[in-house]
Design a protein. Structure first.
Length: 345
């Protein structure tokens, strides 16, 4: 890395000082700069979304008589979201039960008659035509009972549909109807999502996809500062034609705190390694938007401007301004204090 041309002009109000000036006090603690291999982290924006969301629609027609939940309400699984008038569905069930009773009675009579004919036919008491008619009648009434049972099942389900239940526990995000409104089958009623399981979704550029396949791990940083390590993300096998990137779904542990659907979080993964310079935060002297370090050149310490990269647990990456073998002051503000003291008359 080449030193900045402005290195010696940075913070012009602070002059450089000679090494002999420190001899009167004590030698500055220094660091020798050396490049080391560090993991190359790729940082992306990811959006949180629920793995389970749904819009509940009406499965029967009627007028809404009760709305039990509203937007932002937490709903337990199986809870009644709303109720629809059930007079028509109740009448259909009563009619279906009556039809079943009638079909059962006719079937019982037909089966008994068939049994009697089966005893009389060998004796020649009835003709072959009468026997065939009894057998056909018995089969027909038996099928009629099955049809009547099916209609009872259908009418029962239709009656159940007048109470719309939550398919899973979660939060209501939208209510599509009002109390007193008449609904028809297929009409949306409520929308919501489950709080139990979330995932993060991001787009990975094509140039990084092989690195992610070799090491499929993510480090997620939530909005509350919490960091999560997640393995085995779901990587889509096709490229988005608009963004020319791969969609990746990153599963989160159940009931993870601090995640809200629609919020943005940071997703990082490793793509190879690189040589970089990292120095402690204490070695930096900052003024406004400029940063510098005290670097030893011959027998003097000089303030040299640097360009900063990422901050990793108190160690700051230097993108430009330092080279291998450079010696810098470990505590820049301590060096500044000693400089001021050495310049006092």
């Amino acid at each position: 890395m080449k030193k900045s041309l402005f290195g010696y002009l940075l913070l012009g109000s602070i002059p450089f000082f000679s090494i002999s000036a420190f001899a009167e006090s004590k030698q500055l603690e220094s660091i020798t700069v050396a490049a080391k291999s560090y993991a190359n982290w790729v940082s992306l924006d990811a959006m949180v979304e629920p793995t389970k969301s749904a819009t509940v629609s009406a499965q029967t027609s009627g007028r809404i008589i009760n709305l039990n939940y509203d937007i932002n309400d937490i709903v337990p699984e199986g809870a009644a979201l709303l109720e629809i008038t059930n007079k028509e569905q109740g009448a259909q069930l009563a009619a279906a039960e009556a039809d079943y009773a009638k079909a059962s009675a006719l079937n019982t009579e037909a089966q008994l008659q068939l049994e009697r004919y089966q005893k009389l036919f060998p004796k020649g008491a009835i003709s072959k035509g009468e026997m065939d008619e009894a057998e056909a009648n018995a089969k027909s009434t038996k099928q009629a009972v099955s049809v009547a049972k099916a209609r009872i099942t259908q009418a029962t389900e239709s009656l159940k549909y007048t109470v719309v239940s939550a398919p899973f526990s979660g939060v209501v995000t939208q209510r599509h109807v009002e109390q007193g409104e008449t609904v028809t089958p297929g009409q949306p009623l409520y929308s919501g999502y489950s709080l139990k399981q979330m995932r993060a979704v991001t787009q990975v550029p094509q140039r990084y996809i092989q690195a992610l396949k070799q090491q499929p791990k993510f480090k997620l940083t939530l909005n509350n500062g919490q960091q999560l390590d997640v393995s085995n993300p779901t990587l889509f096998s096709f490229v988005d034609p608009q963004s020319h990137s791969y969609k990746v779904r990153i599963p989160l542990a159940e009931n993870t705190q601090g995640v809200i659907p629609g919020s943005m979080i940071k997703a990082q993964f490793i793509s190879g390694s690189r040589d970089a310079y990292f120095i402690p935060q204490s070695a930096l002297l900052t003024m406004n938007e400029l940063s510098a370090v005290y670097i030893q050149q011959n027998d003097i310490w000089v303030l040299n401007q640097v360009r900063l990269g990422q901050n990793n647990n108190g160690m700051v990456e230097i993108l430009a301004g330092l080279s291998d073998g450079d010696i810098i002051a470990k505590d820049a503000y301590h060096a500044l204090l000693m400089l001021k003291q050495s310049n006092k008359p």
